[in-house]
Design a protein around this ligand. Structure first.
Ligand SMILES: NC(=O)c1ccc[n+]([C@@H]2O[C@H](COP(=O)([O-])OP(=O)(O)OC[C@H]3O[C@@H](n4cnc5c(N)ncnc54)[C@H](OP(=O)(O)O)[C@@H]3O)[C@@H](O)[C@H]2O)c1
Length: 209
């Protein structure tokens, strides 16, 4: 399996790279030019701006499986913490991928969030409120627009919608779930493990928890 991981420097992205590499896959890790990310030995590292269409085109030309772990960064945990990424980051990357694949088949797996894409009804009232607040709301709107764009795609898309992410080593405990409440959590590493295990199955989980 040859796979290209966008957002390889992120909390989930790092685990995806590591776990895919451990499986013996041919992994390309993609990070921003300014990133200090160090790829595991044996992983190809490419630096570039995924917000630029021409750069994404070169990645798609070389790969037929893409895993995107890209998401808006905030300066802190508060919903009102400043955002450190463009407010339409995931939407822009999604458009670039759609444009680059007009004449190509693609296997695409990406990270959205629990509560997006019609799954708000699976969330408790407190979570429904939380995901509209401040810059959390901005990030959720970006994911919502991206899901809408991908609904019209012609290639295979697996949308992963995790509940609240926490740190820790993988346990294998990530499973699809139908509810998201204040205490619902999932380890970033377990989301990554689920993604690597399910890349070829085209499942469409609502949540992973
Ligand atoms: N936090 C939660 O509880 C939660 C719950 C459900 C879903 N999610 C979604 O899951 C995603 C992944 O989670 P995570 O913890 O792995 O996130 P993360 O650690 O913040 O990683 C975000 C990734 O996106 C990249 N990125 C940000 N701005 C960029 C830009 N302008 N250009 C290129 N790359 C950029 C980052 O690169 P740099 O390292 O260079 O900044 C990093 O690789 C989140 O972004 C969010 O959308 C989060």
């Amino acid at each position: 399996m040859k796979v290209c991981v966008l957002g390889a420097s992120g909390g989930i992205g790092r685990w995806v790279v590591q776990l895919a590499h451990q499986k013996g896959w041919d992994v390309t890790a993609v990070v921003r030019p300014s990133s200090d990310y160090i790829a595991p030995a044996g992983v190809q590292l490419i630096r570039g701006e995924v917000t630029e269409a021409s750069f994404v085109q070169t990645l798609i030309d070389e790969h037929s499986t893409i895993i995107s772990c890209i998401g808006i960064r905030r300066a802190g945990l508060s919903p009102w913490a400043k955002i450190k990424s463009p407010s339409n980051l995931v939407e822009t990357v999604t458009k670039n991928i759609l444009n680059a694949t007009r004449e190509k088949d693609l296997q695409f797996m990406w990270i959205s969030a629990a509560g997006v894409g019609g799954t708000a009804s699976n969330c408790s009232p407190l979570i429904r409120k939380m995901i509209t607040l401040g810059n959390i709301g901005v990030a959720y709107q970006d994911l919502e627009r991206s899901e809408q764009l991908l609904n019209q795609s012609h290639f295979k898309v697996t949308t992963v919608r995790p509940v609240t992410l926490i740190p820790g080593n993988p346990t294998g405990g990530a499973q699809p779930s139908s509810t998201y409440h204040l205490l619902s959590t999932v380890r970033r590493s377990d989301v990554a493990l689920w993604m690597v295990r399910n890349i070829e199955q085209n499942e469409q989980p609502i949540f992973v928890s």
